[in-house]
Ligand binder design. Structure first.
Ligand code: HEM
Ligand SMILES: *[C@@H]1O[C@H](CO)[C@@H](O)[C@H](O)[C@H]1NC(C)=O
Ligand SMILES: *[C@@H]1O[C@H](CO)[C@@H](O)[C@H](O)[C@H]1NC(C)=O
Length: 323
């Protein structure tokens, strides 16, 4: 009797120790909302589906929002916060201003999710689910999204401007370093760049490349020049597809483009320019399944960047402001 009750005490202590340790490095899990919001997936997906039916590019925009969220302060929904009297947020930072989009769609998703399970699902998790749904709806691979992130109460313009999100003028070394700073490998960087199989870029960000660079297909450069005037000004916001072959389809043609010197951004073509990542580009250009598998694994790693868990952060009621 005495022996068995002390066994119970020891076992209980061990459980408490295990729980405490687990709590200090809380993990995201795929079944996080299983009991509290089983409808979260169907609810998010139906709004994303409607948005993409209206405009295919929105899938690309939602995928990019998750990336830009995760690289600044971690995946904490900070990119969604509007400016307040106490801080200027990320929305007008260099990599985001007049560039990131999809905030209205995120608002629509949030209000639908709030109506099925109020106060339960974070805005940062919504971004992760919407990114996955976008990839799937545009023909890419599916995966189980890890969840349980909470939302930040603040955002910082200077953090978003500090270079953590690499600019399209980056060298290969800079791209490698920026991803490494977020715990992501060179391979992760190369495979996540494959997200440029969908979406658009503005003339101001590819002008130098199509007028001044030599590692570019001549006729491709000429075509892009027709919609991107040499001198900065009125044409700055003219758009061109990041993947000229299939701009609204998630496939591996991005890598084939690089091999043909038809990368749109300088930062795309540096991945295939005689450097250390050439062999990966060749491999993904030939093996769509390897691209899909590695993309999924890298998206999960990106979604794991410094989440707020436990009692940190909050579940925002409105993605644009702290509660
Ligand atoms: C490797 C470093 C990266 C650089 C330098 C980069 C740079 C850019 C630039 C300059 C644009 C065009 C923005 C504009 O025209 O305003 C863009 C668009 C886009 N990026 Fe990246 N990007 C990178 C990585 C990623 C990653 C990791 C993802 C997602 C996993 C991603 C997803 C996208 C998407 C989907 C678009 C199109 C968005 C739309 O059409 O609304 N990018 N990127
Ligand atoms: C963001 O873009 C707007 C519109 O082009 C511009 O007026 C504003 O100065 C920009 N903000 C920052 C912080 O650069
Ligand atoms: C091309 O390079 C020249 C010389 O560096 C520079 O003066 C010019 O502004 C660049 N043109 C474009 C369109 O980027």
């Amino acid at each position: 009797m005495a022996a068995s009750s002390s066994t119970v005490v020891i076992a209980t202590l061990l459980v408490i120790v295990a729980l405490t340790m687990g709590g200090s490095s809380a993990q995201l899990t795929t079944d996080y909302y299983k009991k509290t919001c089983p409808k979260v997936f169907s609810t998010v997906q139906s709004v994303v589906k409607d948005a993409i039916a209206k405009e295919k590019r929105m899938g690309a925009s939602l995928l990019r929002l998750h990336f830009h969220d995760c690289f600044v302060q971690g995946c904490d929904g900070s990119i969604l916060l509007d400016d307040t009297s106490s801080f200027r947020g990320e929305k007008t930072a260099g990599p985001n201003n007049n560039s990131v989009r999809g905030f209205d769609v995120v608002d629509d998703i949030k209000s639908e999710v709030e109506s099925v399970c109020p106060g339960v699902v974070s805005c940062s998790d919504i971004l992760a689910i919407a990114a996955r749904d976008s990839v799937v709806l545009l023909g890419g691979p599916n995966w189980n999204v890890k969840l349980g992130r909470r939302d930040s109460k603040t955002a910082s313009l200077s953090a978003a401007n500090s270079g953590v999100i690499p600019p399209p003028t980056s060298t290969l070394n800079n791209l490698v370093n920026r991803f490494q700073a977020r715990g992501l490998s060179t391979k992760d960087m190369v495979v996540l760049s494959g997200a440029h199989t969908i979406g658009q870029a503005r003339c101001t960000l590819f002008r130098d490349r199509v007028y001044n660079e030599t590692n570019i297909d001549t006729s491709f450069a000429r075509t892009r020049q027709t919609n991107c005037p040499r001198n900065s000004g009125s044409g700055d916001n003219n758009l061109a597809p990041l993947d000229h072959k299939s701009p609204t389809f998630f496939d591996n043609s991005y890598y084939k483009n690089l091999i043909n010197k038809k990368g749109l951004l300088h930062s795309d073509q540096v991945l295939y320019n005689g450097g250390s990542t050439d062999s990966l580009i060749e491999s993904y250009s030939k093996k769509p399944e390897a691209f899909n598998d590695d993309f999924v694994a890298a998206m999960i790693r990106m979604g794991d960047i410094s989440p707020l868990t436990g009692s940190n952060g909050e579940i925002r009621k409105n993605c644009r402001r702290a509660n």
